[in-house]
Design a binder for this molecule. Structure first.
Ligand SMILES: *Cc1c(COP(=O)(O)O)cnc(C)c1O
Ligand SMILES: [Zn+2]
Length: 399
C-alpha cells in the first residue's frame, strides 16, 4: 500500500495505520476514513478497470485486474423530457444498475477486497440481506477467497438464492441484526475474516469513484446537487469524499450540494437533520418498501450529519407511495431501478414542487440498484395489459 495514506477518525481526528481492519475509532467510536498526504492533479486514463483508472486516488500500490468483474464506468444519462416536465433544465441519472451485480455496492466490494488481499487476508465476509451480500459473494468467488455472508434468520428464499449461487459460507443469524454489524467485525478480527460491511473505510473509497465519474461525464462542471438514497451513510460519504478530492486537486471549482434522501418510514438522518441534531437516534419501528435503505441506526449517520452541515447539504424524506410513483416515472425514461434507486427522483420531485430546487439547478440522481432485485415491489404497481386474439390483432393495434 502507498506510504502517505493513513486512516483518520471522522469524529475526533485521531490517526490510525492503514493496515487497521477495525473500521471505527478506538476513542470516540465514530467511523474512520482514508486520508491522503498528497493528491497530485493527474490525468485519468481513458481506459482500464475502475481500480486502474483511479489508482492515483486509491491507497493501493498495484491494482489487480484479476479481481475485477468490470465494476464502475456506468452511464450518466440526461433525462430530457422528464426534466422539462419537472420544470428543470438538467436532470441526470447515474445508472448504477449496470454494475456486475446490479448495484453500486460492487465499487466498494472491489476496494474492500483489495485492502484485504494487500494485507494478506484470505477470508472475507459481510452482513447484509441484499445487494451487499450478493456483491461480496460474487467477488469472493471471483477472487477465490473464503467468503462468509451473514443474513438475518427468516430471510426470504427469493433473497437467499442469488447469494447462495456464488457458493459462500452462508449463515442465517438469530439475534439483533443491528448488533451483528459490530459483532461480526469483532469476531472477524479475532478470526482473520475481513468483514467488508456497509460503511467501512475501504468500501467508502470505492463509492467515491461515483463522484469521479460524474465529474468526468460532466466535463468537470460540478452539478448543483447530487441526490443519494441513504441508509448506513457509506455511499453518501464516499460520493461526498470523491467530490472533495476532485476539488482539492483543482479538477472542479465548486462542490455540489449533497442531498441525503431517506424513506419516511425509516429516516434517522433526515429526522436528526430536521431538528438540528448532531447525532442520529435509533428508529424504533422502521417500515418501508425500500428495504436497502431501512437501517434504523446508521453507523455513519453522525458523519453524514457533519458533512451536510459543513457543506450546506440537505436531507429529505419520501413516502413509499412517492417512491413507487418515481420508480414508474423513471422506468418511463428507460431506466428500471429498484425502489431505493427511485428514491432520489422522488426527492427531486418533492423538492422541485417546494421550489427548494430551482429550474436552473443541475441535479444528478444516484440510481443505486436494479429493478429486478425486488420483484415484490412490482406487484404494488398497476399495469395495464390488454388481451387480443390473433385474428383481431390489426384492430387492437390501431384501436
Ligand atoms: C446499500 C444500498 C443503499 C444504501 O447505501 P448506504 O451506503 O448503506 O447508505 C441504497 N440503495 C441500494 C440499492 C443499496 O443497495
Ligand atoms: Zn475518534
Amino acid at each position: 500500500m502507498k506510504k502517505d495514506a493513513i486512516l483518520i477518525c471522522t469524529g475526533c481526528g485521531k490517526e490510525f495505520p492503514l493496515n487497521r481492519i477495525h473500521p471505527r475509532c478506538a476513542g470516540c467510536n465514530e467511523p474512520l476514513e482514508v486520508a491522503y498526504g498528497r493528491l497530485a492533479p493527474v490525468e485519468i486514463p481513458a481506459r482500464g478497470t475502475m481500480l486502474e483508472r483511479y489508482g492515483d486516488f486509491l491507497p493501493f500500490s498495484v491494482p489487480r485486474r484479476e479481481i475485477s468483474l468490470g465494476e464502475g464506468n456506468t452511464p450518466l444519462l440526461r433525462a430530457g423530457a422528464l426534466a422539462e416536465e419537472l420544470g428543470m433544465l438538467s436532470l441526470f441519472f447515474k445508472n448504477e444498475t449496470q454494475n456486475p451485480t446490479w448495484s453500486f455496492k460492487d465499487r466498494g466490494t472491489v476496494t474492500g477486497l483489495m485492502h484485504a488481499v494487500s494485507l494478506g487476508i484470505t477470508k472475507i465476509g459481510t452482513v447484509s440481506t441484499g445487494n451487499m451480500a450478493v456483491s461480496v459473494a460474487a467477488y469472493g468467488a471471483r477472487a477465490g477467497l473464503e467468503t462468509y455472508v451473514l443474513v438475518s434468520k427468516g430471510i426470504a428464499e427469493e433473497k437467499i438464492a442469488p447469494i447462495a449461487i456464488h457458493g459462500p459460507r452462508l449463515l442465517t443469524v438469530d439475534g439483533d441484526y443491528g448488533e451483528l454489524y459490530f459483532r461480526s467485525i469483532e469476531v472477524g478480527e479475532r478470526r482473520g475474516i475481513y468483514f467488508i460491511n456497509s460503511d467501512v473505510p475501504f468500501r467508502v473509497e470505492g463509492s467515491k469513484t461515483i463522484a469521479f465519474e460524474i465529474c468526468e461525464q460532466l466535463a468537470f462542471q460540478a452539478p448543483a446537487y447530487v441526490v443519494v438514497p441513504t441508509s448506513s451513510g457509506g455511499n453518501f460519504r464516499g460520493i461526498q469524499k470523491g467530490f472533495e478530492e476532485m476539488h482539492r486537486v483543482g479538477a472542479i471549482d465548486r462542490l455540489p450540494r449533497m442531498i441525503a434522501a431517506q424513506a419516511a418510514g425509516c429516516a434517522p438522518i433526515a429526522t436528526a437533520f430536521g431538528r438540528g441534531g448532531l447525532t442520529v437516534e435509533r428508529v424504533k419501528e422502521p417500515r418501508t418498501i425500500a428495504h436497502a435503505i431501512e437501517n434504523p441506526f446508521p453507523p455513519s449517520g453522525n458523519q453524514v450529519l457533519r458533512k451536510l452541515r459543513e457543506h450546506g447539504g440537505l436531507a429529505v424524506t419520501v413516502t413509499d407511495e412517492e417512491i413507487l410513483a418515481a420508480q414508474g416515472l423513471m422506468a418511463g425514461t428507460g431506466i428500471f431501478g429498484q425502489p431505493e434507486g427511485a428514491v432520489p427522483l422522488a426527492a427531486v420531485k418533492k423538492l422541485r414542487a417546494e421550489n427548494v430546487l430551482e429550474p436552473a439547478d443541475s441535479v444528478v440522481c444516484i440510481v443505486s440498484g436494479a429493478g429486478l432485485k425486488y420483484m415484490a415491489a412490482l406487484r404494488l404497481h398497476r399495469f395495464e395489459v390488454r388481451g387480443v386474439s390473433i385474428e383481431r390483432l390489426e384492430e387492437a393495434l390501431v384501436g
